[in-house]
Design a protein around this ligand. Structure first.
Ligand code: 9WN
Length: 433
């Protein structure tokens, strides 16, 4: 491939839509919450103005209760299902009056994204002034999570839909879906007109996805009712790691801004409790990794995913725990024949190297693992994650996800899902710097 850095910029500029970016043309024609954060990190390296607008546009769609939706429908498009007519965010009394959106959220990346933007900035006073103008919205979002998504006051927030995790069809959810028996809905998929169906979730899986939303809609997206009734209620180590990392970033940024002692105190209290619960409730002593917890059925979900390693990104794991995580990563995910890091345990029978979050490598997870491993002093492994990421993109292009098997990249198509995918470009650009 040509100069990777220029190619990455081309992808980002191509997906920019006057104030926000789409994750990928046609397949995802709106603004997504965690995508927008990763995209802003990419833009920060060559166009800070766009990075700032990206985040500001997302925050402009915040609800009165602090909630930030997972998709904001700024523009009309009929290339994606389900769109605004299905989600009906207007059912919730606090929803944005300005934009239609979904009634679910995505991992809270915005806090640490602001800190990344500050670190990248060549004009730090100007960037800090911008951060000062938006930071309270992010704080309000965290407040929403701790006040509405943590029914037992454990410091661990729940997600009520697999789309909230960002890791949509991971095998972790299979057993939860097995407890449900949704109707067969009539709907027309759009994703499978853009991407090979074998790389996407099945129609029956979509029945489950729509059913959970319908239950939430019946109760006008009330958090209390969702906590009481949703068949899907999970504490996700990736989601909570992002929240903890963003709490820490907000503390650092508020300290630089000055004042705000009450917020710093609150963020510190949240983090102390959250880190403790991550290391007790979500850490599996036998598997030596972090796992998801099924809050509806009150049991851990004992599978190893790339999310199981994500607490290294947020300074959550102790050095002993990191040693265990690294051993598992190398043993199960890190064979010579594989690129790091598959999204699901390659030694498990549910692993599928081509299907979305059931096995393929994702650049955003690799970026977090690279950063975390480097911070904990595992420089060799961190370098391998970085090298693998660059190599798969160089060989296969800026795809949405990639086959972990090296032989596939040498012999045929190994980049899957959407092409010219924004966060693959943005985070690769960051890794190249
Ligand atoms: C549903 C936009 C999003 C990502 C998710 C990814 C995929 C959507 C979909 O695309 O999910 O939110 O329709 O499949 O799984 O992580 O944010 O890129």
């Amino acid at each position: 491939m040509k100069n990777l850095e220029n190619e990455a910029k081309r992808v980002l500029l191509g997906n920019w839509k006057d104030g926000f970016s789409v994750p990928c043309a046609n397949l995802y024609p709106f603004q997504w919450k965690w995508d927008s954060g990763f995209i802003a990190i990419g833009f920060a390296h060559f166009d800070m103005d766009k990075a700032e607008k990206e985040v500001a546009t997302l925050l402009d769609a915040q609800w009165d209760n602090g909630f930030i939706p997972h998709i904001v429908f700024h523009t009309k498009s009929d290339t994606y299902f389900p769109g605004p007519e299905f989600h009906q965010s207007e059912l919730h009394p606090d929803s944005s009056k300005k934009y239609k959106s979904t009634g679910m959220t995505q991992p809270p990346v915005t806090g640490f994204v602001l800190e990344e933007m500050y670190n990248i900035s060549k004009d730090k006073p100007a960037t800090l002034a911008y951060i000062n103008s938006v930071i309270d919205k992010v704080y309000h979002n965290h407040q929403y999570f701790y006040e509405n998504r943590d029914p037992h006051q454990e410091g661990l927030v729940y997600i009520y839909h697999n789309w909230e995790s960002g890791t949509d069809n991971s095998p972790i959810w299979d057993d939860i879906f097995a407890t449900m028996n949704p109707p067969h809905y009539e709907f027309t998929r759009r994703d499978t007109t853009h991407v090979d169906a074998s790389e996407r979730p099945t129609n029956r899986e979509y029945d489950h996805y729509l059913h959970i939303i319908n239950i939430a809609k019946e109760h006008n997206y009330s958090d209390e009712k969702i906590a009481e009734l949703s068949p899907f209620l999970v504490q996700d180590p990736l989601f909570n790691s992002m929240l903890i990392k963003s709490n820490e970033a907000l503390i650092n940024l508020y300290k630089m801004i000055g004042g705000n002692d009450d917020k710093i105190k609150q963020l510190t209290e949240w983090n102390t409790k959250s880190v403790h619960s991550m290391n007790t409730k979500l850490y599996d002593e036998n598997l030596k990794v972090y796992v998801h917890y099924d809050l509806r059925n009150n049991k851990p979900i004992p599978f190893i995913t790339s999310s199981s390693f994500s607490p290294v990104f947020a300074n959550i794991a102790t050095p002993e725990q990191v040693e265990g995580l690294v051993t598992v990563m190398l043993d199960k995910f890190g064979g010579e024949d594989k690129y790091l890091c598959a999204s699901f345990d390659p030694t498990n029978e549910r692993y599928n190297p081509k299907k979305y979050w059931r096995g393929p490598v994702w650049v955003n997870l690799n970026w977090m693992l690279y950063r975390g491993l480097r911070k904990y002093g595992y420089s060799e492994l961190a370098e391998r994650v970085k090298k693998d990421t660059i190599e798969i993109v160089e060989k296969s292009g800026f795809y949405e996800y990639f086959d972990a098997r090296k032989e596939i990249h040498n012999t045929g198509k190994a980049g899957y899902g959407g092409g010219d995918f924004s966060w693959s470009a943005a985070l690769l650009l960051d890794m190249l710097k």
